[in-house]
Design a protein around this ligand. Structure first.
Ligand SMILES: [Cu+2]
Length: 200
């Protein structure tokens, strides 16, 4: 009995000493440390969300943007160009005067910028890399638009950290599943959800 107690004491003592050693050595304690403490179960990432008002004014804009996004996921520059043209037309039909007067100037700038990007996409069916550059900008325009004017469906803003020499690129999707429009098949799964955009 006494022997057992001493053995236990020595075991605890040596465990404490080695644990302390692991924590105090800064350099390569990583491995021994993680082998001593059981790995924490990874917590599910909480996705931040914003809520925008409900509006049907953006329906055809979003439909055509999402079709454009899918065309780029598929690596289809021709389809992206035709969706870009339809998006350009839909943006032109957005009635700015239906919005709060205090927001009209900002909305006009956003729509003008989005139209320019959509136009470049429509005119570059054979230059998908160029279309993707404008598509990245377009995603920012449309997010700004729906924050002010509302949306008709739940959207997700996703982020690919690799795009544009690791500056990253954002896009909008109706799904939180990553299907990368900047790389398509090359890096289909690259990206994560930045924010969920809910509709009131
Ligand atoms: Cu261009």
């Amino acid at each position: 009995m006494k022997t057992t107690m001493i053995m236990l004491f020595l075991a605890l003592l040596s465990w404490g000493a080695s644990a302390q050693h692991d924590h105090s050595s800064m350099g390569n304690s990583g491995n021994s440390h993680s082998s001593m403490t059981p790995k924490m179960k990874e917590e599910p990432r909480v996705i931040p969300s914003i809520t925008v008002k409900h509006s049907l004014l953006v329906t055809s804009i979003l439909d055509n943007y999402l079709a454009l996004k899918d065309a780029l996921v598929d690596g289809n520059g021709k389809k992206a160009a035709s969706s870009g043209k339809l998006l350009f037309d839909a943006l032109g039909k957005f009635d700015i005067s239906s919005q709060a007067t205090t927001k009209q100037k900002e909305l006009k700038d956003i729509i003008d910028d989005a139209k320019e990007n959509a136009e470049h996409i429509s005119e570059n069916a054979d230059k998908i890399a160029h279309q993707r550059e404008h598509f990245e900008l377009l995603g920012g325009d449309l997010k700004d638009l729906i924050v002010i004017a509302g949306a008709d469906r739940t959207l997700y803003q996703l982020f690919c950290p690799m795009y544009n020499n690791s500056k990253g690129g954002k896009w909008l999707s109706a799904s939180d599943k990553v299907r990368n429009p900047f790389y398509g098949d090359e890096k289909m799964k690259c990206g994560r959800v930045l924010v969920e955009i809910k509709v009131k």
